[in-house]
Design a protein around this ligand. Structure first.
Ligand code: CUA
Length: 180
């Protein structure tokens, strides 16, 4: 029977199930369930997924908090754009703005200390991707994502945008410094 033609029997769903069809339904269902329970398992035992929080907030308020932090803890400026580099105190709340087409400001964190990194977009969807670590977070306007991180290895990390956000998407890159 072809799907192009209507079924010969009008009440087709009462016809007996073919054994092969049943077998594949059972296999697919079992696999779905395995993958479903792997999600919490991997979160707890694999330590692979981030425990992040998200709150509704206004971009303007977020940007105000970021500016306050920059004013207090700016240590230098970098590049032609004179992007401020901020060295906030250990354990503090840190704000990072995503917007067309930059990450603002640059962060300098101390290794072995924990920070609450707040992320928000000012315009539309961007993707926070920390390289070479495998950390990826979607950054939306109107939602404040909070990730608690403890950097363990000093060095210079790259932040790139991994959600296509327009013609200069490829230039939306920044740095994250981890110092001793
Ligand atoms: Cu921001 Cu791509």
């Amino acid at each position: 029977m072809s799907a192009i033609l209507p079924p010969t029997e009008r009440v087709w769903w009462k016809q007996p199930l073919d054994r092969v069809e049943l077998l594949w339904i059972v296999i697919a269902l079992a696999w779905c369930l395995i993958m479903f329970f792997m999600m919490p398992y991997w979160h707890i035992y694999g330590q692979q997924n981030l425990s992040n929080e998200a709150y509704r907030a206004k971009p303007a308020d977020f940007s105000k908090k970021a500016e306050e932090m920059i004013e207090k803890y700016k240590v230098r400026e970098e590049g032609e754009q004179k992007v401020p580099v901020v060295h906030p105190p250990a354990g503090s709340d840190v704000y990072l703005i995503a917007q067309l087409w930059r990450w603002y400001p640059m962060l300098e964190l101390e290794s072995g200390k924990s920070y609450r990194i707040h992320l928000m977009s000012m315009d539309w969807l961007h993707g926070f991707s920390l390289q070479p670590e495998n950390i990826n977070i979607q950054v939306h306007p109107g939602y404040e994502h909070v990730v608690t991180v403890t950097p363990t290895t000093p060095g210079t990390y790259s932040i790139i945008c991994n959600e296509y956000c327009g013609v200069n998407h490829h230039t939306m890159a920044s740095r994250l410094y981890v110092v001793k």
